[in-house]
Design a protein around this ligand. Structure first.
Ligand code: 1CP
Length: 361
C-alpha cells in the first residue's frame, strides 16, 4: 500500500481539497475519484462476499471500512461516504432492491399524478439515520486525515430511477412524463428536491465537509429541458441548503456534477454551486472559459484511460492538468465513476502522476 500523501498526518491535516473548492491557491491540485470505493477493489469485494450491498450501506462500521479502503491504498485527498444516491427512494415509498448482475430495481415506480401524490417526504434522521451514523463514524476514523464528502442524487437523476423503476438507456417513461404531463413532472421534481435538500442538510449536520450532487443522467436532455427539469431543481436544492442552519454552522462547499455537461455550461454556472464537476467530453480550458471564474472545476480524465499502459496514462493525466491551467480552483478527478474492471495499479499510477507532474510545473 503506497502513495500516502506527506500532508496526510494528524498534526497537519490535509485540507487541499477544501481549499481548492474555495478557489484558494494550493501547492498542487487535490485528487480523488468518483466511485473510488467499490467493485474494482479486491478489499471491497472481500467485504461484499460477506455482506449484501444495502447491508454495507446500512451498517456504519462496514460503510466506514469500505470508505477508508481507497484512502489507505492510494492516499486520495478526500474521502467520499460509502452509500448510494438511491437510498432516499425507499423511505419515499418507492422501494429499493439491488439485484445481483442486474443493478438497482425500484418495485413501485411513479408514472402519474396519483403516484406523485402518494410519495412520502421522509425525515432523514428517522428514516436514513444509518447514513448520518456512518458519516459520524467515518469522521472519527479519519481523525482529520482528509475531508469527508457527503452526496446525493440531483432531483432529475433521482426522477429517472423513480419513474423508470431502474437504470435505462433511453428513458421512455421519464420523457413521457416530462413531455406528456409536465405538471406532474414538476410536482415529482419538487418533492425530490425538497427530500434531497433535507437529506443533504442532515449529512452536513452529521459532519460532511463537502457535498456532491450527482446529475448523472441530465445529459439526455435538450438545453431547454435541462433548464426546466434539471437545473431549476438542482438550484432549488442548493438554495435550500445554503439558507439552512446546518450550512451556516458548517459551510460545506457544494459540488454539482452533470455527466454530459458541455451543452449547458453557461447555465450550470448559475446553479449556485461552488464547484462544477465536468465529464471528459469537453476540455477543461474551454469549460473554465465558459463557466467563468465564479466556480472551481473538478475533473475530467476519461475513466477508460485507466485501461492504458502507465506511460500513455501519465500523458493523459498531464493533458488534463495542462488544460486545467494554473488558476486556483481545480480538483483532479475522473470525468465519471471508475469502471468496475479497472486495475487498481493504474489508479496508483494516476494519483502519483498528478502529484509528480504538478510538482514539476
Ligand atoms: O454490488 C455492489 O457492490 C453494488 C455496486 C454499487 C456500488 C459499489 C452500487 C449500485 N452503488 C455503489 C456505491 C456508490 N454509488 C457510491 C459510493 C462509492 C464510492 O465510494 O465512490 C456512489 C458515490 C454512488 C452513486 C451512484 N449510484 C450514482 C451516481 C454516480 C454515477 O456513477 O453517476 C448512480 C447513478 C447510482 C445508481 C447505481 N447504484 C448502483 C449501480 C450499479 C448504479 C447504476 C445503475 C444504472 O445503470 O443506472
Amino acid at each position: 500500500m503506497t502513495a500516502q500523501s506527506s500532508e496526510a498526518s494528524f498534526d497537519s491535516p490535509n485540507d487541499l481539497f477544501l481549499r481548492a473548492c474555495r478557489r484558494e491557491p494550493v501547492p498542487r491540485p487535490p485528487v480523488w475519484m468518483m466511485r473510488q470505493a467499490g467493485r474494482y477493489l479486491p478489499e471491497y469485494q472481500a467485504v461484499r462476499s460477506r455482506a449484501a450491498f444495502l447491508d454495507i450501506c446500512k451498517t456504519p462500521e462496514l460503510a466506514c471500512e469500505v470508505t477508508l479502503q481507497p484512502l489507505d491504498r492510494f492516499g486520495f485527498d478526500a474521502a467520499i461516504l460509502f452509500s448510494d444516491i438511491l437510498i432516499p427512494l425507499q423511505p419515499m415509498g418507492l422501494g429499493l432492491e439491488f439485484v445481483e448482475s442486474v443493478g438497482p430495481q425500484i418495485p413501485n415506480p411513479v408514472r402519474d399524478r396519483a403516484g406523485v401524490r402518494r410519495l412520502a417526504a421522509p425525515d432523514p434522521e428517522s428514516s436514513m439515520g444509518f447514513v448520518m451514523d456512518a458519516i459520524r463514524e467515518i469522521r472519527r476514523a479519519l481523525a482529520g486525515r482528509v475531508p469527508l464528502i457527503g452526496f446525493g442524487g440531483a432531483p432529475f437523476t433521482m426522477a429517472t430511477y423513480a419513474v423508470e423503476g431502474g437504470g435505462s438507456k433511453t428513458y421512455p417513461h421519464t420523457k413521457g412524463l416530462l413531455f406528456g404531463d409536465p405538471e406532474a413532472a414538476h410536482a415529482l421534481l419538487t418533492t425530490l428536491a425538497d427530500t434531497t435538500a433535507a437529506y443533504l442538510e442532515a449529512q452536513i449536520r452529521a459532519g460532511a465537509q463537502a457535498i456532491q450532487m450527482f446529475d448523472s443522467w441530465a445529459g439526455i436532455l435538450a438545453p431547454r429541458d435541462f433548464r426546466e427539469f434539471a437545473l431549476a431543481y438542482a438550484r432549488r436544492v442548493i438554495e435550500s441548503i445554503k439558507s439552512s442552519s446546518a450550512y451556516r454552522d458548517n459551510p460545506a462547499p457544494l459540488i454539482y456534477f452533470v455527466n454530459g455537461c458541455a451543452p449547458y455550461l453557461e447555465d450550470i454556472a448559475t446553479a449556485g454551486a461552488d464547484v462544477v464537476g465536468v465529464d471528459w467530453r469537453i476540455d477543461l480550458d474551454e469549460a473554465r472559459r465558459r463557466l467563468g471564474d465564479g466556480v472551481a472545476v473538478q475533473g475530467n480524465l476519461d475513466p477508460t484511460c485507466l485501461f492504458l499502459e502507465p506511460e500513455p496514462l501519465r500523458e493523459r493525466v498531464a493533458e488534463v492538468l495542462d488544460k486545467a491551467g494554473s488558476a486556483p480552483g481545480h480538483i483532479f478527478n475522473l470525468g465519471h465513476g471508475v469502471l468496475p474492471m479497472t486495475n487498481p495499479e493504474r489508479v496508483d499510477v494516476m494519483v502519483r502522476a498528478v502529484r509528480e507532474q504538478s510538482a514539476r510545473s
